[in-house]
Ligand binder design. Structure first.
Ligand code: DGJ
Length: 539
């Protein structure tokens, strides 16, 4: 009896040790077109990293945590595979999830679970063998000539029921073992859609395609009712596939949320960054930017749709960020290449209010996804990511709160927009500058070219705290603040530029920048710092 009492007391003590706020579920909130991911009841900036695809086994975790730590990441995104949790139909094994959550708790790192199931990069490779082998029960899509396409059909009711059941079991187990919410988000499926075939041509799918666009979608898109082809023309098959695939995933997500309502998102394999005219829209049905409104209508249980960025062109990245940062969609970059030249895109992502960012392939299992990402995680590559993360980590919650409440903006070298007006101030970025001097000085002294002038590094972010006060950071960039539209006799001056951080939610200065440190713009190196800058005008 006393043993039982002791056990109860211990259980109570464990519950009591978790502060009330820590038991609050993570959730996404939106206000005035801005968004925040609340974790333990307060805004949280996800400084993330995604492990490689096959790192979802206990034996791999010792090769994951050191990289997460070296990056100063606060969140690990990692797969949970259907084949791993239900290898035999109806028999579930959550031992990896147990190990993962326990180790994440010990490392004080949050988790995002990637549910690799019916679709992983559109394929079914992570579905259990009993699903892969039974095409009668779990149908693949059919091509117009009746032959079989590789992808599982979004019209397969058995597939949906089986996927949903496993997902619910996983969420139920999570609800039991993770009362302190180390898992902060879940991604049902991965890069869903289909390559090489815009929609299923099985008889039932054909019947639906010949029918009318569902009334909910007609209402959501404010289009005239009619058949898919009559309403959407050349985009009809993509939109049709999107609607049914998003409905499928929404049902999986809804069932999981009924057990534990964590924020859930889907990730997109992206098509063309600027236009959908030519039909380069990524896999058909996936949440490419041109079908975001369809996903919003079809999948109300999906909190956001997110871009996986493997395009090194800054103009394209800028365009993707613009397209996914919407008043109805919080920006999250759940995957971006882990090569050095992608690191600078953290800044424009933050500048669009991103709730999180995660380079892909961040572990020491020896796999590198070059040419998408890095050839190796050498010191320079690691530093490109870990430098900004190290600076942001202690103030990640402060930044998230500030970005939720204030205007923010950011850019990177190569992007089209390099300056932004905030009220009476313009903030502009320049790259390839030494920390001192002006390009015009060549008239009286020789200046060596800057070694990084042509390098794909450099970016910045700013948040406007008040009419004349900004938080500013960046790497390999010179930032200038000038008066925008001041009277002819008014001139701008830096009143103060404090380098510092947030301690217990309060700005805490380490030193003031002055003299050479402000006379030639604000010059940030590869070791980013945060500045709080107050501007003034004098006559
Ligand atoms: C995007 C996918 O979502 C990832 O799982 C991975 O396969 C990368 N592509 C490529 O490494």
């Amino acid at each position: 009896m006393w043993r039982l009492l002791a056990k109860c007391a211990l259980a109570l003590a464990t519950v009591a040790a978790v502060p009330a706020a820590a038991q609050e579920l993570p959730r996404l909130v939106s206000r005035d077109g801005r968004h925040a991911l609340l974790v333990d009841g307060a805004p949280f900036l996800m400084l993330g990293a995604q492990a490689n695809n096959s790192s979802n086994y206990p034996a791999m975790l010792p090769k994951v945590w050191p990289v997460i730590e070296a990056m100063h990441a606060n969140t690990l995104e990692i797969p949970i595979a259907w084949e791993q949790v239900e290898p035999v139909e109806g028999q579930f094994d959550f031992s990896f999830l147990d190990t993962l959550v326990e180790q994440a708790r010990a490392h004080k790192v949050r988790l995002v679970l990637l549910w690799f199931a019916t679709w992983k990069n559109t394929g079914n490779s992570y579905a259990p063998e009993w699903v892969k082998r039974d095409t009668a029960r779990f149908p693949r899509m059919k091509k117009p000539d009746g032959t079989t396409h590789y992808a599982l059909s979004p019209h397969g009711r058995n597939t949906l029921e089986a996927d949903k059941r496993a997902f619910v079991m996983m969420m139920r187990h999570l609800a039991k073992i993770d009362r302190d919410h180390n898992v902060i988000m879940v991604q049902p499926e991965n890069e869903a859609g289909s390559y090489g075939l815009a929609r299923d041509h099985a008889p039932e799918a054909d019947r639906l395609f010949k029918g009318d666009v569902p009334a909910e979608l007609v209402r959501a898109l404010k289009v005239k009712p009619g058949s898919w082809t009559a309403v959407f023309g050349k985009r009809a098959e993509q939109y049709f596939q999107t609607w049914y695939l998003a409905r499928f995933i929404d049902e999986v997500a809804a069932a999981g949320k009924a057990v534990k309502p964590l924020p859930m998102y889907v990730n997109a394999a992206l098509g063309d960054a600027f236009t959908d005219e030519g039909g380069n829209v990524g896999p058909s049905g996936g949440p490419n930017w041109n079908v975001i409104p369809i996903w919003k209508a079809a999948a109300p249980h999906i909190d956001l749709v997110a871009p996986d960025i493997y395009n090194r062109d800054a103009l394209a990245v800028e365009s993707f960020l613009e397209k996914y940062a919407r008043p109805d969609n919080a920006l999250l970059v759940p995957e971006i290449g882990n090569a050095l030249d992608y690191a600078r895109f953290l800044w424009p992502a933050l500048g669009r209010g991103a709730i999180g960012f995660a380079p892909f392939g961040m572990d020491a299992t020896g796999f590198f996804n070059y040419p998408l990402g890095a050839k190796a995680l050498d010191a320079a590559t690691m530093e490109a990511f870990s430098g900004p993360y190290a600076m942001l980590a202690p103030m990640a919650r402060d930044w998230a709160r500030i970005a939720f409440e204030n205007p923010v903006w950011g850019t990177a070298k190569g992007a089209k927009i390099q300056a932004k007006v905030f009220g009476r101030w313009q903030i502009a970025a320049e790259y390839g500058r030494w920390q001192m001097g002006e390009p015009g000085w060549t008239s009286w002294t020789k200046i060596d070219p800057h070694p990084l002038a042509e390098a794909p590094v450099g970016g910045m972010v700013a948040a406007q705290l008040g009419p004349d006060t900004f938080l500013i950071s960046g790497s390999h960039v010179r930032i200038r603040l000038t008066a925008a539209g001041a009277a002819p006799n008014e001139q701008a001056q830096i009143i103060s530029a404090e380098e510092g951080s947030f301690v217990a939610g309060k700005w805490t200065m380490r030193r003031r920048w002055n003299g050479d440190q402000i006379d030639y713009g604000l010059n940030f190196t590869g070791e980013p710092v945060m500045l709080k800058v107050t501007m003034g005008l004098y006559r």
